[in-house]
Design a protein around this ligand. Sequence first.
Ligand code: FAD
Length: 392
Amino acid sequence: MTRAGVIIVGAGQGGLQAAISLRQQGFADPVTLIGAEPGLPYQRPPLSKAYLVDGNAEALTLRPQSFFAAKDITYLPEAVVEQIDRPARQVVVHGADGPRRLPYDHLILAMGTRNLRPPIDGLDLACDLRTLQDAGRLRDMLRTERRIAVIGGGFIGLEFAAAAGKQGHKVAVIEAAPRLMSRVLSPLMSHHFARLHGEWGTALYMGQPAVGVDGGGVALADGTTIAADLVLVAAGVRPNTGLASEAGLTVDNGVRVDASLRTSDPAISALGDCASFPDPRSGRHIRLESVQAATDHARLIAARIAKGQDATYAAVPWFWSDQGDKKLQIAGFAGPEATEEVVSDGIVARLDAKGVAAVETIDKAGVHMKTRRLLSGHASVSLEQVKELAAA
Ligand SMILES: Cc1cc2nc3c(=O)[nH]c(=O)nc-3n(C[C@H](O)[C@H](O)[C@H](O)COP(=O)(O)OP(=O)(O)OC[C@H]3O[C@@H](n4cnc5c(N)ncnc54)[C@H](O)[C@@H]3O)c2cc1C
């Protein structure tokens, strides 16, 4: 009997990795990778960093066209999966030739996220930064001198602010929370980066939500107006889960998966930014927005499908952000209850009831790598262990 093989919905970082890993693991049945965006799969991290400066789109491509033929992977760009028919094990795909049904034995959901658009008057005047197209548009706008307002003091907004400031533009960052990157970073590191951005010439407005955007700029809740002729909204994301919930899969801040990354339907797995998975450390369901999570999820799912290895996902999360000439790296994942301790200059540990949950470093790649190894090798890591490692 002909096997239908695996269909992957979403050709981003995680979806592509799933296709690559399936072939690496010796999977011989058909693999179909379906992506809504045009062109070849590409990496997003440089869009708010190097690409704004060098404009080198080719450098972002993850695999050349020839790779797909060589590995017998059917890649369908500019094609949107509109429906999952679980009883028939088929998806409805809408591409250039209209809708058609494709069968699957296993389906992998790798649909990523979409930008959150907070309810701010006139926000349709603001730009986004998620896709290569968005970044190209912003790069064109940065060719003329601009007064820029960035709504959102998270990683992407701050990376863009630093890159634009370095090019000589006048930049303001507006953050509704009282500190920068508050969702994932310790207060100590937040304050350190606030100082750095200030030194780089960025005006920071924290603790005040933006309430309106018009041709003249951005209005804040306290009546302050920030003059701007380029407004970027980088106020967080929402997981793409519509397809999964319409198909009756369990969705809760992402497509909910178990420790093997299976959804509530064992014939469907989910990975990366759109998946809510059990954090091996706390047992709580979390959703990460990182290349590491997307690619490690993909490898685990591929090994299960290709070789029947039913492993439990246990990878230690890690993340990086390049802002100005600084590289921030985070090893591990700290929940909201975590406290903070300075380890040494440029190194902060986050602690919870089990010990060190995460270590944040600035420009300390060696310490970051060592803490990643330490955290993955031990169920419980003490502050002293991190101090010793940092001093070595
Ligand atoms: C500007 C920017 C900078 C970033 N910087 C960093 C960084 O420094 N470090 C880091 O670790 N992470 C960074 N990230 C996050 C990182 O890019 C994501 O975590 C990663 O891409 C997640 O991979 P994914 O496969 O889950 O989703 P994505 O790579 O987002 O891919 C999802 C794809 O699915 C497609 N899709 C959705 N629904 C459908 C459908 N129904 N049919 C067909 N296709 C569909 C989407 O169009 C999209 O192309 C950054 C992200 C952005 C936007």
